[in-house]
Ligand binder design. Structure first.
Ligand SMILES: Nc1ncnc2c1ncn2[C@@H]1O[C@H](COP(=O)(O)OP(=O)(O)OP(=O)(O)O)[C@@H](O)[C@H]1O
Length: 259
């Protein structure tokens, strides 16, 4: 059972020590990592993915429940408590979606087959282009693949820690993803340039020059700002989906959407 992960400071890109003492993330928390391009966001979550022990370019160390993780947890994929999904994550196996999920469920010792269709249904909430159970995973689009893998990480994968690297650019409905995962007991970390995701997370880690510069907690004003932004985002999303479907944007359509 994983209750916390702790990130101990390493070095910034110039070799200076990071200024925070330690950073503990707790089960049930959503965290966003923000910062300019090249500021070290991906390096930060990669440290968590690798359960770094001072052996990456940043020199950070990761603790699980306050302790150094065993080699078995670090190196045995079946024991690994972390799922990381990036824009480039792909499935390389000649199986249908349903077969792919069945194998994963079996590997996780889940015998109830209902989880397979539940996973496909959940994935279909995240993507506009519905996934068919018989579609081969190699031909799924980028957005479909990410949607499937996120649903798989939530329902089939036992991973209590999910790392999502810039999924907003990946053709999935981020609001649905946030809604589902904020009610889980997992630690979810988003690397993001998206203001809605950043404001909806409970904690926000700000990166600069390869180092953690600040850690902010969600406050009342930002929560309200997020709600307004979300409305705006839904409207943009509505228009985006219409354009993707090849529709024309008419006055009536705008009135429906913006009413
Ligand atoms: N603390 C560090 N020490 C040394 N190198 C670092 C450190 N942090 C990041 N880097 C290196 O700097 C480069 C850029 O970092 P990274 O890819 O993590 O940035 P990013 O914020 O994710 O950028 P983008 O928004 O463009 O994806 C990478 O080569 C990474 O390995």
């Amino acid at each position: 059972m994983i209750n916390t992960i702790t990130i101990l400071p390493g070095l910034d890109k110039r070799g200076g020590k990071e200024s925070y003492q330690y950073l503990t993330l707790t089960a049930g928390e959503t965290v966003s990592i923000v910062g300019p391009t090249g500021s070290g966001k991906t390096a930060f979550i990669s440290d968590i993915e690798l359960l770094a022990q001072g052996d990456t370019s940043t020199g950070r160390c990761i603790l699980i429940n306050g302790k150094t993780p065993s080699d078995e947890i670090r190196y045995n994929p079946a024991m690994k408590p972390i799922a990381m999904i990036t824009q480039n994550t792909k499935c390389f196996t000649d199986l249908s979606t349903v077969e792919f999920l069945k194998i994963h469920a079996r590997a996780r010792k889940i015998s109830d087959d209902r989880v397979i269709m539940e996973t496909i249904d959940l994935a279909n909430k995240f993507t506009g282009e519905k996934i068919d159970r018989e579609t081969r995973v190699t031909v799924l689009s980028g957005g479909q693949t990410r949607s499937l893998l996120i649903a798989d990480a939530i329902l089939i994968g036992a991973a209590p820690i999910i790392l999502l690297d810039e999924i907003e650019n990946a053709g999935i409905f981020k609001q649905e993803v946030i809604d589902i995962i904020k009610n889980t007991s997992k630690i979810i970390i988003f690397v993001t340039h998206d203001p809605v995701i950043a404001l909806l997370s409970k904690k926000r880690i700000i990166m600069e020059n390869g180092a953690v510069k600040k850690v902010l907690s969600q406050n009342e004003f930002e929560t309200k700002a997020a709600a307004n932004l979300l409305e705006l985002d839904k409207q943009v999303g509505f228009i985006r989906e219409k354009l993707r479907a090849g529709d024309e944007i008419t006055k009536d359509l705008i009135n429906v959407s913006f009413a």
